[in-house]
Design a binder for this molecule. Structure first.
Ligand code: SAM
Length: 469
């Protein structure tokens, strides 16, 4: 039975409720009166339920879709301004005992090169990432309880936070690792992780069981209830997502929003971020063999509908997507992008020889971080390397209330400008620096409070003299 408050996966991601939602959305996809009412409700910026948002996703009326896209763009601007948070993935290990049929790490894949970074190798990778200018990482690993132990992760996090090299420092370590116990989540929290990220892959239980035929990940309930355990372990920032292409996108969309509603109902705080990965070709994986791939237009519609359904939840897009596709969805709701990413284990230090490939999937956007930063600024976005919220403990519900009240723009805008200035001074090419300095000059004028503006201007001047406080 559907119960948003229940701690059981089958209750809060209830199959019958999703089927009824999809039927309701189908019945109403041409119901202009209802669609208009939902758009009006969404304009209040308090979000929509999974049922309501599913109607908008199903809507095929071109003029109404235009309104949906416009509203998503406006909500994105209102909540996030023109800032885009930058991050990079760091692959620690691709050892894995699961049998996920879409992932090259699956245990039967004998030709992928298996690697696990030592602490020394992590140090070298992190210095390479710092030298690009990154401040925020997402750690990635396969599931192998013997090799990729909790102790290994904890030691790796400690190593990463301890590395200071020139002006570089990783200030926020997020982590995307297999579902684990409340005690382990508590240890990750104590180690200072930012967001705990875990993709559901698919909310369709029957498909889930087929797509994960062997290994601990086969346990649908344990996987689906992982965010509840993470929150019980004290992690207040969790990142959810589905892998689009595995099952029908409308089912996944409803499931994703139900998951967010459940976390909000049970813990008073919804997910910090939603990721929207799409299935890619990879070693031993032919993405075309999966029937549920979605085109770029549908993908854009999904991003827009997520944006208006959960306005205060960050949205992440990775280098799985091309520059063109990223450009389109940035306007519609994405708030975080990766740049200069390598999906191989150890890939930031050394390119891998062809016969020793360890990467997780083909990267589509292969540009350097400098190029990604310049591209964003050319579109008038402010690439942000800011991690101030996290350092000041504004995570979880405190972050959400800041965001919901619209206050986030007042503190985030100046912080983004100052961290961008540091990036430009330390890492940018002359061309990128020139564009960035002009953008900062223009954007400083958008700091509303006069006193605050004076402080920002003074800080920018000091950073320009290489005087960091
Ligand atoms: N081991 C962790 C777990 O069990 O969730 C996940 C780490 S994995 C490095 C990160 C994510 O990559 C997975 O959750 C999955 O969604 C995604 N992924 C796997 N195979 C993929 C593929 N062929 N194309 C795109 N993304 C893929």
């Amino acid at each position: 039975m559907y119960d948003v408050n229940s701690k059981h996966a089958d209750d809060f991601i209830n199959h019958e409720e999703i089927e009824e939602t999809l039927a309701y959305a189908d019945e109403n996809k041409d119901n202009v009166e209802l669609i208009d009412a939902l758009i009006e409700k969404a304009k209040k910026r308090k979000g929509l339920t999974h049922r309501e948002a599913s109607v908008l996703l199903a809507c095929q009326i071109p003029e109404k879709n235009e309104e949906i896209f416009k509203l998503a763009e406006q909500i994105k601007k209102d909540f996030y301004g023109n800032r885009i948070v930058m991050f990079a993935p760091l692959y620690l290990s691709n050892y894995c005992i699961n049998g996920c049929t879409y992932c090259p790490y699956h245990s039967k894949n004998k030709h992928i090169a298996r690697k696990q970074l030592s602490q020394d190798e992590i140090r070298r990778e992190v210095i390479a990432l710092q030298d690009m200018g990154h401040k925020r990482l997402a750690l990635e690993a396969g599931e192998d309880p013997v090799r990729n132990t909790m102790d290994y992760y904890l030691e790796s996090i400690k190593t990463i936070y301890s590395i200071k090299h020139k002006n570089g420092a990783i200030r926020r370590v997020n982590i995307n690792i297999a579902a684990t116990t409340v005690d382990n989540y508590r240890l990750l929290k104590e180690a200072g992780i930012g967001t705990y990220i875990l993709f559901q892959e698919t909310y369709h239980k029957e498909s889930y069981l087929q797509l994960h035929p062997t290994g601990p990940k086969h346990d649908y309930d344990y996987h689906t209830e992982a965010m509840d355990r993470a929150m019980e372990g004290g992690i207040d920032d969790v990142g959810v997502g589905v892998l689009f292409g595995l099952d029908k996108y409308r089912y996944e969309f409803a499931g994703l929003l139900m998951h967010a509603e459940h976390l909000e109902a049970a813990f008073g705080v919804g997910p910090h971020t939603i990721s929207v990965p799409r299935l890619r070709h990879a070693d031993d994986i032919d993405a075309d063999a999966f029937d549920n791939g979605i085109d770029d237009d549908t993908f854009a519609k999904i991003v827009a509908c997520i944006r208006i359904a959960v306005p205060y939840t960050g949205m992440i897009i990775s280098t799985r997507e091309s520059q063109k596709c990223r450009e389109r969805v940035l306007h519609l709701g994405i708030s975080q992008v990766s740049g200069g990413s390598r999906t191989s284990v150890g890939g930031y230090c050394e390119p891998e020889p062809d016969d020793e490939k360890s990467e997780q999937f083909d990267v589509s956007d292969k540009r350097t971080l400098d190029e990604v930063v310049r591209w964003l600024m050319e579109m008038d976005y402010i690439p942000s390397f800011c991690t101030a919220c996290y350092r000041e403990g504004r995570t979880g519900d405190r972050f959400m209330s800041l965001c919901k009240s619209g206050q986030i723009q007042n503190c985030c805008h100046p912080n983004a400008l100052m961290t961008l200035k540091e990036y430009l001074m330390d890492y940018a090419s002359p061309e990128t620096k020139a564009i960035g300095d002009k953008l900062i000059e223009k954007e400083v004028l958008n700091v509303p409070n006069e006193k605050a503006r004076a402080v920002v201007e003074e800080n920018l001047r000091l950073i320009a003299q290489d005087n960091r406080r």
